[in-house]
Design a protein around this ligand. Structure first.
Ligand code: SF4
Length: 358
């Protein structure tokens, strides 16, 4: 399904390698300021790992942010990336901590001396830098370039050149825009222009539906053509959705090596006697945390319920005034909705355990 993968250089981000023939890594970005580190924060981030997240990025506009992030990094089950604009002193301080990657734009860090200092320290520490160019923050010299995709790529390559001039090549690049057509064109051009790993994303992609639709269509197209080493699906919504959407996309393209259960659920109609909306949402995040090549069906009524149950490893369906649970094609429970849900969840745990030992 996926064309021959573009072979890029391998870059190590903490304990994960990206580029080359390594799996496409899933990233998200923490969406608010951090003023303190507590168990709830650490747990929420570590739960992202269960959903399939490989790395998390934090914006650090203040020096105090990197002090907190430095303390947070060792408590996480995934690499922590720090995103810094304008003030090179924040980048320098971030490098005193066990961070896995820096995202900067040399263009807005200012004088080459400052970029040199940051890159020298990053090189000493073995920390890669992502040059992340966004359509909204193009260098003023490129703002008048009529071809926006070309301007994004030129901006990225100019910034890469600054790092290369000082002997720094531990680089990842992204060229993002809120117009997905520009992203598509720019990434394809970038892929032909260098062999650095490429981080994919459409910036400011909007709320859940447009963000996922655009990302699936455009970033999915790039991945299908073998381009892309890491991905973030930016959504104006919960960061968990960013990870889940990326996981679905990679799974659909068969480029996520982690096997993920498939959830079949009906949209409901007037015939329903079981609320699939509520129940599918209840189990959805749990399924992302499970490893396995199996199908779970959540169906509203007997029109399609038993049929889908026949294709699923585990199914629940409304059936008049009862709710049935199936294992493969065999009906193994019949009762009221509450009991059926409880029974189904027990069966899901068994399925999960069996798949882990398979
Ligand atoms: Fe409607 Fe039943 Fe089909 Fe669900 S399974 S959409 S409730 S007919």
């Amino acid at each position: 399904m996926v064309q021959k993968r573009r072979i890029s250089r391998v870059v190590q981000i903490g304990d994960i390698a990206i580029g080359g023939s390594n799996p496409v890594a899933i990233q998200t970005m923490w969406d608010r300021p951090i003023n303190t580190i507590d168990d709830a924060l650490v747990t929420r981030i570590n739960n992202l790992k269960e959903l399939g997240c490989d790395a998390i990025r934090f914006g650090a506009p203040r020096l105090s942010d990197v002090e907190l992030l430095g303390a947070l990094a060792p408590q996480l089950k995934m690499p922590l990336i720090v995103d810094i604009h304008f003030d090179y002193r924040i980048a320098l301080r971030a490098l005193d901590f066990p961070i896995a990657k820096l995202r900067i734009n040399p263009g807005n860090i200012g004088m080459e001396r400052k970029v040199f200092e940051v890159a020298t320290k990053a090189k000493d520490k073995g920390v890669p830098i992502r040059i992340g160019v966004n359509g909204g923050s193009l260098l003023s010299s490129l703002k008048d370039e009529p071809n926006r995709a070309k301007a994004l790529v030129q901006s990225a390559l100019d910034e890469v050149e600054v790092l290369e001039r000082i002997g720094f090549e531990n680089i990842v690049i992204s060229v993002k825009d809120s117009n997905p057509e520009y992203v598509d064109e720019a990434v394809r051009l970038l892929a032909k222009s260098c062999d650095y790993p490429i981080h994919l994303g459409i910036t400011e992609a909007g709320t859940l539906i447009p963000a996922i639709t655009q990302s699936a269509f455009y970033l999915g197209g790039l991945l299908k053509d073998g381009i892309g080493d890491t991905i973030r699906i930016s959504i104006s919504d919960r960061i968990e959705y960013e990870v889940m959407a990326a996981r679905q996309l990679l799974s659909l393209l068969k480029i996520d090596e982690r096997r993920m259960p498939k959830l079949v659920s009906c949209p409901l109609c007037a015939r329903n006697s079981f609320d699939t909306h509520y129940f599918a949402q209840k189990i959805e995040e749990r399924l992302y945390g499970m490893q396995g090549d199996f199908t779970v069906a959540v169906m509203g009524c007997v029109v399609n319920g038993p049929g889908e149950a026949g294709h699923a490893d585990l199914a629940i369906t409304g059936a008049g005034n009862k709710v049935f649970v199936y294992r493969k094609e065999e009906r193994i429970f019949s009762g009221d909705a509450q009991e059926a849900e409880r029974f189904f969840l027990e069966q899901l745990t068994l399925l999960e355990e069996a798949s882990m030992h398979a």
